[in-house]
Design a protein around this ligand. Structure first.
Ligand code: UDP
Length: 247
């Protein structure tokens, strides 16, 4: 499917960074990656040149790597610069965040200094709910809200740890430190848990491992969040390093 053919398809949902279209098959959707960028629960808005195409490629490569390592994803096929055919899934209403090094909200909420390496990586669950500002949840809160079962939380934790192990090792080979990242999961029509959404510089903190300067090392969306400049260049550099490592 090309970018032009998708325009005639039925738009099911438009999010901050992607549009979801229906296809002739109810079990298959098309994801279109936009250049729009938002931060701080959409209070800050902008565009990052070519971001959609970069994130589509980055996600494609990382999903390929994860599939090889036994982590199933919703991706069927990447069909153009910005489009993927994906399996329809019921999204688990949790953002699963994995942290290796303290940054972002962890520093803000706990006082742990930016850049502190965590002895054990953290797996955290946030409620996917913009009206509530995506709050951090506990297992007991998730149970009280009946969001998902304890067994599902165990599965999510285990998969998130596997993704972390695979991506940390891969990014290290690219000369990039995987600081933290956010995953989303969904269940397909057979009830199989699949990795969904995207894994890209929008959803990961990625630092140039060889760069000690706190601002210069940032290759991800923090360049946009913190007005560090050269946002698109940071994203492109991540893709270039991934491509050179895969070839
Ligand atoms: N993240 C994301 N979407 C969100 C919230 C966080 O992709 O809605 C990613 C973010 O890019 C970072 C990680 O999850 O890689 C941890 O984010 P954090 O909780 O520190 O929140 P932030 O500082 O972005 O508010």
């Amino acid at each position: 499917m090309t970018d032009s053919s998708v325009r005639n398809a039925q738009k099911l949902y438009e999010g901050k960074a992607k549009i979801i279209y229906a296809t002739d098959d109810p079990e298959i959707l098309v994801t279109y990656f936009k250049d729009d960028a938002t931060a701080f629960n959409a209070q800050k808005k902008g565009q990052i040149a070519n971001k959609g195409a970069i994130n589509c490629k980055v996600t494609t490569h990382l999903y390929g790597l994860l599939t090889e390592k036994g982590v199933e994803t919703h991706l069927i096929e990447t069909t153009s610069d910005r489009e993927m055919r994906v399996k329809r899934v019921d999204i688990v209403p949790l953002e699963v965040v994995v942290r290796n090094i303290a940054a972002g909200s962890l520093c803000k909420q706990t006082g742990i200094a930016l850049g502190t390496r965590l002895e054990e990586s953290l797996v955290e669950f946030y409620y996917k709910n913009d009206d509530l500002g995506d709050p951090l949840l506990t297992r007991d809160r998730i149970a009280a809200m009946k969001l998902t079962s304890p067994d599902m939380l165990d599965q999510l934790t285990e998969k998130a740890q596997t993704v972390n192990a695979v991506l940390t090792e891969f990014f290290a080979r690219c000369g990039i430190t995987l600081v933290d990242f956010k995953l989303e999961f969904g269940t397909d029509k057979d009830g199989t848990l699949l990795l969904a959404d995207e894994i890209s510089p929008d959803t990961c903190r990625l630092w140039n491992a060889a760069e000690p300067d706190e601002k210069k090392r940032v290759m991800d969306k923090d360049r946009f969040r913190q007005d560090l400049g050269d946002v698109a260049a940071g994203y492109q550099a991540v893709l270039d390093r991934i491509l050179s490592q895969m070839s």
